[in-house]
Design a protein around this ligand. Structure first.
Ligand SMILES: Nc1ncnc2c1ncn2[C@@H]1O[C@H](COP(=O)(O)OP(=O)(O)OP(=O)(O)O)[C@@H](O)[C@H]1O
Ligand SMILES: [Mg+2]
Length: 506
């Protein structure tokens, strides 16, 4: 099998000779006359083997071996050493060379050496591929996203899935709690058993007990036959208690007992039935607060919460939004090849996603239906996504995609301060260390307007960033903001604010 070989020798004649020999041996050679050129080649080309002279002026073969090991670990380097120079050969091997051949290069010796080196490279690639596959499978099937927040979830799922520990998944609505519960099941030793789910919010309180624990025949009016109940149905598998926060208080002690004793007592029966199911529960409620408010039993809380997986909201997953959107496009587009326009992608990133992945799913379904050509454009997105402007502050962003410009950060901070102060602009100006007028101007600019009280139609951006010393935030709520000491613009509005500055602040 021919290999792609890079020859490195500072003697162009030698390069040529080697290239001819290698071609004769069925390989595909290229050559360069220095180590640095070789390294440059490796940046954008793939080779199976490097053959290099050891004695070169600028960067010798040993140094090249070391550098190759750094930039292309596993790429075999065969070093050509002077005849009889065992020391050089040993040094080369120590520097990471795969093998060496001595000068003058004998084709008969070079051939098997290259065959082995090339084979080593093939195996190396295979190992890398498998490693990637294994590593990749830590990324859960069907769960899209590689943000650091989600990687922590995958890691936890990977560690907890094979055990039988009870897991509590907490997350806002639509964050993928059920998806993660299924992932835990499918990565557990119980994966060939059933995954049985019950939504505690959807079953009427008077039926939930018989749903979970089963009932004897005649236990109540409609109980014409006996029924095993979900705990027993989940034998050998996983029981998923969705919306566990909605579990009626009166059922909670029975659930606790079942989990402790691993037996259930069907309604209307005295017999206890053992079960063998792993329990995964999910909730969007703050169960600790529920415990404090006595709406959820503390002992049950500790029983189900052996391991807690916190699912981050979509707005904290950076570019996962785009990865999921594209995944959904592929899934929903039924053979059509649809992509996101850059502007649509930008809008998806800017939106807050209160309904999380489920909302994104709805949004993409709609977009697929509306998209006219092969691109989803801003017009195909729902109004609220199109027009949304985030007021989230991202100063502690973990994903580079969450970073924003200083202008945007300023806008969000001003909005945040205003929101916290109930829209009181005078107070906001004090807190921000601005005079009121400057704040109005900034608000105007953010709302895409120029200041109406200014007679000069000068662009807003030409205004100074602040018009004089700012009033210190300590000046107290009642003291008026310090007027600008020297300003080209008229003094701050003493009376009512200019009409457009009083426009509602988003
Ligand atoms: N990371 C993800 N990648 C791809 N699809 C996802 C992801 N997370 C969730 N989904 C999809 O989003 C939808 C909502 O997920 P799921 O039902 O698991 O959320 P949930 O937290 O249980 O929601 P709810 O609180 O409404 O019960 C499902 O269709 C699910 O397949
Ligand atoms: Mg759910």
């Amino acid at each position: 099998m021919g290999h792609r070989v890079l020859v490195v020798d500072d003697d162009p004649n030698m390069c040529q000779l080697l290239e001819v020999a290698l071609r004769r041996l069925g390989h595909d050679p290229a050559s360069v006359t220095s180590g640095s050129e070789a390294l440059a080649c490796l940046e954008d080309q793939d080779f199976d083997v490097i053959v290099t002279d050891i004695a070169m002026a600028e960067m010798d073969g040993l140094e090249l071996c070391r550098r190759v090991a750094e930039v292309r670990p596993g790429l075999p380097v065969v070093v050509i050493t002077g005849q009889g120079s065992m020391e050089a050969a040993v040094a080369a091997l120590r520097a990471g060379a795969y093998d060496f051949v001595t000068k003058p290069v004998d084709e008969k010796l070079l051939a098997p050496c290259l065959a082995r080196a090339g084979q080593a490279r093939v195996l190396q690639r295979e190992v890398q591929r498998l490693r990637k596959e294994v590593g990749g499978s830590r990324q859960l099937e069907d769960v899209v996203g590689a943000s650091s927040a989600m990687r922590r979830v995958y890691d936890l799922v990977g560690r907890v899935a094979p055990s039988d520990a009870s897991v509590l998944i907490h997350g806002e609505t639509g964050t993928g709690k059920e998806l993660i519960a299924r992932s835990i099941h499918s990565r557990s030793l119980r994966k060939d058993g059933p995954f049985v789910a019950i939504n505690c919010a959807a079953v009427p309180a008077n039926l939930i007990e018989s749903e979970l624990f089963g009932h004897a025949r005649g236990a109540f009016t409609d109980a014409k036959t006996s029924r095993a109940g979900l705990f027993v149905e989940a034998n050998g598998g996983t029981l998923f208690l969705d919306e566990i926060g909605e579990m009626p208080l009166e059922v909670q002690p029975k659930l606790l007992r079942a989990l402790q004793e691993r037996k259930v007592r069907p309604v209307g029966s005295n017999a206890e039935v053992p079960f063998d199911a792993r329990m995964v529960a999910a909730t969007n409620r703050d169960l600790e607060a529920e415990v404090e408010d006595k709406r959820f039993r503390e002992d049950l809380y500790y029983r189900i919460n052996v391991v807690k997986i916190e699912l981050p909201p979509l707005r904290e997953r950076g570019t996962d939004v785009l990865a999921i959107a594209e995944y959904l496009l592929r899934r929903l587009a039924a053979g059509r090849s649809l992509s996101l326009s850059p502007q649509a992608a930008e809008r998806l990133m800017a939106y807050d996603w209160p309904g999380n992945v489920r909302e994104l799913e709805n949004c993409m379904e709609r977009a697929v239906a509306l998209a006219r050509f092969d691109q989803v454009t801003v017009e195909d997105l729902p109004e609220k996504v199109r027009t949304h402007r985030s007021d989230r502050l991202v100063v502690s962003a973990e994903d580079a995609s969450e970073l924003v410009t200083l202008d945007e950060l300023e806008r969000r901070y001003i909005q945040r301060v205003l929101k916290m102060l109930g829209g009181n602009k005078s107070r906001a100006a004090q807190v921000l260390g601005l005079d009121r007028r400057t704040l109005y101007r900034k608000l105007d600019r953010q709302n895409g307007r120029t200041h109406s009280s200014s007679s000069a139609p000068a662009p807003v951006s030409s205004a100074p960033p602040t018009s004089g010393p700012s009033s210190p935030p300590t000046s107290g709520p009642s003291s008026p903001p310090t007027p600008p000491a020297a300003s080209a613009s008229p003094p701050g509005p003493p009376g009512p604010a200019p009409a457009d500055a009083r426009a509602p602040v988003r």
